[in-house]
Design a protein around this ligand. Sequence first.
Ligand code: SAM
Length: 271
Amino acid sequence: MKQGNFYYKSIKPLLIKLGLERAIDYAAFKKQHLSNRKQNEEFLKQNPDFVLPPDYMLYEAYQLNYQKYFDDVHENWIINEVENYFDFAPHSKVLEWGCGPARLIRNLPNVFPECSFYGTDYNEETINWCSQNIPNITFKLNELNPPLDFQSNFFDLTYNVSVFTHLNETLHYKWMEELARILKSGGLLVLTFHGEVFTRILSPEDQARYLNDEFVEHTSFKDGHRSFASFQPFTFMKKLVAQYGLSIIEHKEGKDHGTWIEQDLLICKKQ
Ligand SMILES: C[S@@+](CC[C@H](N)C(=O)[O-])C[C@H]1O[C@@H](n2cnc3c(N)ncnc32)[C@H](O)[C@@H]1O
């Protein structure tokens, strides 16, 4: 959906003030629930033993589509993305920060049983659900602000998908410093962000700011929630990672697929 600057500057803050943005988010959830109902019921018939997260949890972190969640769990996205740089050697320690209901990390212990996997999120219900339902991964709750409950230089690989895209600019600095702290020297940080391809959905004013390498944010009733969106130009990300001792080894630009837009991917190494 394309929403102009007037919406973000005037209407959205008013809706937040009136407490209506949460209601609008809930209505969007209900709409997705209805439109995917048949397909989801069919999935349940075919996969009665597959443990699914509760509906709102799935919607909030991703989309309310059981089959897509199931497919993503088994696709092992991160393995394909890092295969040129990381081999999941035995005893490697891997963290997904902002893991949501474990769409991307859930299956990794089955593929690499000799590695240790960790997932964190600031959503307490999500972390409780993951801890109770997903075996062989250590899940921990964190706050909206750092720190994470790990020693410095602990991880060989940390990754996060569509997490920075829901944080304000100040939190970008705080979290990049924290993610660099917990990574071993030579370790990899993989992340996604709203690359230039996303300017298609911005108002002309925000497009101009983005193309001028300025950080753009659209606030929400709750920082970190899916309705909070930030757009970070590549030049901003490049300076950000360099500031905390990370160097970029790959930048993959996202594509516009018409009905959905892919985020940019950044693979960085700690010096
Ligand atoms: C769009 S969802 C993506 C979830 C998961 N990475 C995936 O791709 O399926 C964003 C996730 O980031 C989490 N999140 C937002 N702010 C966070 C923070 N400060 N620390 C940890 N997790 C956060 C949200 O709770 C949510 O689970």
